[in-house]
Every structure is written in C-alpha cells, then in structure tokens.
Design a binder for this molecule. Structure first.
Ligand code: NDP
Length: 342
C-alpha cells in the first residue's frame, strides 16, 4: 500500500516538500476493525490546520504521521460483525490507498442510491456544513440578501443553493470570471463577484453595493480577509454571520489574523456587532453529525430533482494529492476537491 505522510510542518503556505509518499505493508484488521481499499479521498481546507502544531479544536498530525482525511472505499477484509467484504463505507481513512479502521467509526454508503463521491461532498461533511450553518445560525428569511465567498466550493454552493430555494437574494464571491459564471449559470446565484478583480476591501465593497442594494442580512463566513472587511460595514441590523471558515488566514499560523489585512481591529469589529445587533456564531461541524439524517432528508430529494447541482474536481493518483491540496488552498479547485485512487 501507499500513503502520504507529513514530512515537515509548513512555514506559511505548504509546499510539496512538506509531504512524502511512503510504501508500507497492507495492515491486517484487529478485533472490531475492517480493512478498506480507498477509492476516493477528500481534500479539505481544514487539513491545513492539522499541519500546524498549534492549539485548535483537533490535534495536529504528527510529523511522520499519515495525513488525515475523509475517504470512501470498499471493505476488503473484515473482523467486525455487521460489516461485510464488498460493502462501501465513508470515514476517516487518511491519505492512503488502504486503511485499517474501527468499523464503528464508519458510515455505510449505498453505491446504488448515489455516486460514492457524493458522500465526501454534496451529501457529506461539506454539504452538511453549508446546510447546517445556514439553517441553524443564518436563520434565512424569504426576501433577505445573503453573501457567501468560496461560492463554487462544496460549502458555498450548498449555502447559496439552499438559500435560493428559500427565496433569498444570493450573491457569491469567487476567484475568477469562470467561477463566477459557474456560480450564476450552474448554481443559480443572482450575482457573483470576482474577489481577485478588486485591489482592496473598499473597491470590493463598492461593487457589492451594486449587487446588494438592500444591504446584507446573512454573511456566511468562509474566507475572512478582504471579503470580511468589505462585507462587515454592509451588514443590516439584526444580521447573522455563521462563522464557518477563514481560509484567507490559514497560512498565517494557527487561525491568527494576518496584520497585513489591516483595518479590522478588535474594537472596530466589536462596535459593528453591537450597533447592528449582529448574531455571530462560530461552529465546527464535527459537533453536529447528529444532523446528518435531517440534512439528507432535506437535501437528497433536491439533488435528485436537479434543484441542487453538483460540481466535483477529481485529481487522479495518490502521488498527486499534495499538489492538488496546495492548489485547493489557492483556489485552484473548481468544486469539491478529491483524489481518485482506484
Ligand atoms: P472550497 O472547495 O471552496 O475551497 C476553498 C476555496 O477558498 C478556494 O477554492 C478559493 O475559492 C477560496 N479561497 C482561498 N483563498 C481565499 C482568499 N484569500 N479569499 C477568498 N477566497 C479564498 O472549500 P470548502 O467548500 O470545502 O470550504 C469552504 C470553507 O468552509 C473553508 O474555510 C473551510 O475551512 C470551511 N469549513 C468549515 C467547516 C466547519 O466545521 N466549520 C467544515 C467544512 C469546511 P475561490 O477561487 O473562489 O476564491
């Protein structure tokens, strides 16, 4: 089998040197465990945090340890009751062609009901994140205006499409004209702005004013940085900000703010929240797996009917995972990033 380990911790943006491809013997499952042949592994922004030795909601990957991540695959050996060879499962399989894992940590998936890749994206962790964060903390109401960045990714596209289905005006922010076209033409957003086309937050804010004439009621926070700076002063009273991610700062060390973004000092931010009576809710989806059945009930029929569109970005081969991950952090992916291993 092959696996990708963390060779060294990055200093700023990760480079290919931070990863190493290793060969290993295929492990044997112990009691209660199964051996899974991984078909697709997921690439997600949170993995950048695991590469740092910083205090966070999850422990870092040790140097020399296999990179962590979700995957889908087929059970090829089982030492666990109720988990048969030939069944497909989703779980924390890591960046590896094979994984031995405790069966109780896995979710079974049925390849006949949906493509197995959906369990990593539109029907999996990122999809749940978008749906849960929006409905629970965004509290959307018909006629309101929502803004979401990383608009064509699996979280942002779920947020935007569910909000559209609830009658909101939905404005996306994405990197590049092509992604913006995808947001409006494929995902049905009302408008989309290319954040790379604006030099600073005030230029982006001026453009946002054109497409959000009634201000912003919900800002679904995926990125931080320039986008957050542009959006905050435009929040309407009683606006809601589900704080999901801040990818613009992931290379800044831990989740620390990058001083070069400027302006957004603590007191200013605090005052904006007070005078506009904003609700700001941070959340981590791993605390809310219990909502997966509700999410599937609400969203699976919308995928089947075509009301929710899917966009996947699949790289072939484990050896290409590090570069695909580096690209993801820089916006090189178009849709849910994953790697096909078989
Ligand atoms: P995406 O597939 O959308 O990939 C990340 C995207 O972020 C890139 O494609 C790029 O899109 C955008 N991006 C990168 N740098 C910047 C920047 N400086 N400014 C603006 N945009 C940038 O990712 P996901 O949909 O999987 O995740 C979206 C967010 O949700 C991330 O912050 C992630 O960490 C977070 N998340 C949080 C979870 C939680 O439990 N709280 C769970 C899952 C995800 P573009 O080219 O369009 O700019």
């Amino acid at each position: 089998m092959q696996k990708i380990v963390l060779a060294s911790r990055p200093d700023g943006a990760p480079t290919p040197d931070n990863f190493r491809l290793e060969e290993a013997a295929v492990p044997t499952p112990g009691a209660g465990e199964v051996l899974v042949r991984v078909h697709y592994m997921s690439l997600d922004p949170y993995m950048r945090g695991r590469m740092d030795d910083a205090k966070s909601y999850a422990a870092p990957v040790p140097v020399g340890g296999t990179m962590e991540g979700g995957g889908v695959g087929e059970i090829i050996a089982s030492n666990a009751d109720g988990y048969a060879v030939g069944e497909f499962v989703m779980g924390g399989l890591g960046w590896a062609t094979h994984a031995v894992v405790p069966a109780k940590g896995l979710a079974k998936i049925d390849p006949k009901t949906a493509p197995i890749t959906y369990a990593l994206g539109v029907l999996g962790m990122p999809g749940l994140t978008g749906w849960f964060g929006l409905t629970e903390y965004g509290r959307p109401k018909e006629g309101e205006t929502l803004v979401v960045a990383a608009a064509t990714g699996p979280v942002g596209s779920m947020v935007g499409q569910v909000a559209k289905s609830m009658g909101l005006r939905v404005v996306g922010i994405a990197g590049g004209a092509e992604k913006c076209k995808l947001a409006t033409d494929h995902f049905g957003f009302d408008a989309c702005l290319d954040h790379r086309a604006y030099d600073d937050a005030s230029a982006l804010r001026a453009a946002l004013k054109e497409v959000c004439p009634k201000g912003i009621d919900i800002y679904f926070e995926n990125v931080g940085g320039k986008v957050l700076e542009a959006v905050l002063p435009m929040m309407n009273q009683f606006g809601r900000i589900p704080v999901c991610g801040m990818i613009a700062w992931y290379n800044a060390g831990g989740l620390g703010a990058d001083a070069s973004e400027g302006g957004l000092t603590g007191p200013k931010l605090w005052r904006t929240i007070l005078v506009n009576f904003l609700s700001v809710n941070g959340f981590i989806i791993s605390n809310h797996w219990d909502r997966m059945p509700d999410f599937h009930k609400a969203v699976a029929p919308m995928i089947q009917s075509g009301d929710i569109k899917v966009q996947e970005d699949i790289t072939e081969g484990l050896e290409n995972a590090p570069q695909a991950f580096i690209d993801l952090l820089n916006g090189g992916n178009t849709g849910k990033a994953m790697v096909k291993l078989i």
